[in-house]
Design a protein. Structure first.
Length: 155
């Protein structure tokens, strides 16, 4: 939910404020007390890299507190539940989910995802975002023809 939230916000910001019409992606993985957040804009032209970096850093800063806004949360839950229902009809998804349940997470039942998503509260999401997005923010900027740059900042 956090990763998809970043993707939604990045898309709106990049398009509305900067006129950059790419499809950004965000991946979020909790790691103990910290999180790994990868933000990317596939197909980004090198001339837009610097402004995209600034937008992404600003979004990370703002999302720590605004991610759990009730309107955003309800919309994201609806979207994720609908996606889950569609995925349950896909044989590949069901196979991967079954293997995860069988070998990696016996406590996990992929058929209950919609139920669990519907129970997420703004407080839970805010707590996860604030707790896991502490510490250094690291961003690696990369685009064809752009000199790759590694950005780290202490929040």
């Amino acid at each position: 939910m956090i990763g998809q939230g970043f993707t939604s916000h990045m898309f709106r910001e990049l398009r509305r404020e900067r006129g950059i019409g790419y499809a950004p992606r965000a991946t979020y993985t909790a790691m103990g007390r910290h999180a790994f957040l990868a933000l990317g804009v596939p197909g980004l032209h090198p001339s837009n890299c610097e402004q995209a970096i600034g937008i992404m850093q600003d979004i990370v800063h703002r999302m720590k507190s605004t991610l759990a806004h009730p309107d955003f949360l309800e919309g994201k839950k609806t979207q994720m539940i609908a996606s889950n229902h569609i995925n349950l009809d896909e044989p590949g998804y069901r196979t991967n989910a079954f293997l995860t349940q069988e070998f990696d997470a016996p406590y996990y039942d992929f058929r209950d995802i919609a139920k669990h998503l519907s129970e997420v509260t703004p407080e839970q999401l805010r707590d996860a975002a604030e707790r896991n997005l502490q510490g250094y923010q690291i961003l690696i900027a990369s685009a064809p023809g752009y000199t790759n740059r590694f950005h780290a900042q202490n929040p």
